[in-house]
Design a protein around this ligand. Structure first.
Ligand code: G3I
Length: 401
């Protein structure tokens, strides 16, 4: 794909501070962030029943005020990682997704462990249901993922050998990507394959794929994906490349090395996914990430923000300050990133704070529920919703993919 050369506008620190100040006022209740009509939460993280009929669109954030509309105006797709059982069983969850998203991704339903109960069987029920939901609602769907060092089924570890692993991998990719060929926006073909601290010159993580398939497993996976679905945008997706820190810079360089080698060897790839699991305190985001995105653009790759959320586990403060810190982190991260025309897609890792993975794997030391997403447990838009929507509005680019 070729990205445009549209002029971009730098966002000043003053704009950001003004935005943060507004966010703090909203948090303090001095400013109304729009009409929040989907019920009220008690900040406990417990599921709340919506106050209005579940299908009622949220006033002030629907139609032309929705995230998807504001994103579309700036050439962006936006949406969430979703869970098929919640789409099926919770009308307010499904209504929020329909109203706000132009693209979705399965949080777990398309991983090996979800699709492959055994070597000889596949379970496509949830994945099929998700694609049907997306298509019925004219929402695009990303596939996540075809290869990852986590979530590998036990039978695979018990069965795979250096002799049969390549065939098992190719056959999985051909079956899964082939089943949905022509209907998927993009596939995370390889997820999280770089781990600099494992000490290899090529930066590859020491994983079952490396040990069983060999050093060319990335090439094997991308070629199989292209054969299976020539239309999907093939993506390399990773985390730990966002911050201004030496480990993140080393990982950025290792990924760029891999991407350049892939280009030189004509291995099919169309996009790089920057997961963007952010932290509301700690290392900041900035020049290194912006250089990385520009380098991806120079390789003619699109850039997707694939798994955005902001954890605030190091912010020991009242909820209003935590929310302001999370919203400010979104704004400060998105403004410079969205200034690059290679960035075409922004996905959040979950819809509501109630369902975030952060309450399980990386929870707060005080065990209070995290508040990392754009909707609170009762599906009211959070301060972060408005910070993100404002950041979309500030993007100077008005066309794109
Ligand atoms: O499906 C079982 C369910 O049957 C069982 O009752 C339950 C008991 O705990 O476990 C369920 O599986 C869990 C699954 O989430 C669904 O909730 C798995 O144990 C758990 O490991 C799995 O965690 C997911 C994790 O990836 C590992 O696959 C998280 O939800 C998901 O948010 C997380 O997502 C990853 C991305 O794929 C890659 N980037 C990082 C991101 C966060 O770790």
């Amino acid at each position: 794909m070729r990205v445009g050369t549209t002029a971009t506008r730098q966002i000043s620190r003053r704009d950001l501070l003004a935005n943060s100040a507004r966010a703090a006022l909203v948090a303090a209740g001095s400013v109304l962030p729009g009409s929040l009509s989907l019920g009220c939460g008690d900040h406990s993280g417990r599921p709340q029943l919506p106050a209005l009929a579940p299908e009622t669109p949220s006033k002030g954030v629907s139609g032309s005020a929705s995230l998807r509309a504001r994103a579309a105006a700036k050439g962006l797709l936006t949406g969430f990682a979703v869970v098929p059982s919640l789409l099926r069983n919770e009308p307010i969850y499904a209504a929020t997704v329909r109203e706000q998203a132009s693209i979705l991704v399965a949080e777990n339903a398309m991983k090996w462990e979800a699709l492959r109960p055994s070597e000889t069987t596949y379970n496509f029920d949830d994945a099929d249901a998700l694609l049907n939901f997306a298509e019925q609602n004219h929402i695009k769907l990303r596939g996540h993922n075809l290869l990852w060092h986590r979530g590998i089924p036990r039978w695979f570890i018990a069965t795979a050998t250096p002799v049969n692993a390549r065939k098992l991998l190719e056959s999985h990719i051909e079956t899964v990507a082939g089943r949905y060929a022509g209907r998927i926006h993009s596939w995370d073909v390889v997820n999280e394959a770089i781990q600099v601290s494992d000490g290899r010159p090529d930066g590859l993580r020491d994983s079952p794929w490396l040990r069983l398939v060999g050093g060319d497993f990335v090439e094997v996976a991308f070629k199989a994906a292209r054969r299976a679905d020539p239309q999907a945008l093939l993506t390399y997706n990773d985390y730990g490349i966002e911050a201004e820190s030496s480990p993140d810079e080393a990982k950025r360089q290792a990924i760029l090395l891999m991407l350049r080698r892939m280009r030189a060897r004509r291995i099919p790839i169309d996009a790089v996914g920057i997961q963007s699991h952010l932290t509301a305190s700690g290392p900041r985001y900035g020049a290194g990430l912006i250089r990385f995105i520009a380098s991806a653009r120079e390789l003619d790759l699109q850039v997707f923000l694939t798994e955005m959320d902001v954890n605030d586990r190091a912010v020991a403060a009242p909820i209003a300050q935590r929310d302001a810190a999370v919203a400010t982190t979104y704004a400060e991260y998105l403004d410079p990133v969205l200034a690059d025309p290679a960035v075409t897609t922004v996905l959040f890792w979950g819809v509501s704070d109630r369902d975030t993975w952060l309450n399980h794997e990386d929870s707060r030391p005080d065990r209070k529920p995290e508040r990392p997403l754009l909707f609170d447990p009762s599906f009211k838009p959070t301060q972060s919703f408005f910070a993100v929507r404002d950041a979309f509005d500030r993007r100077a680019i008005v066309h794109g993919k």
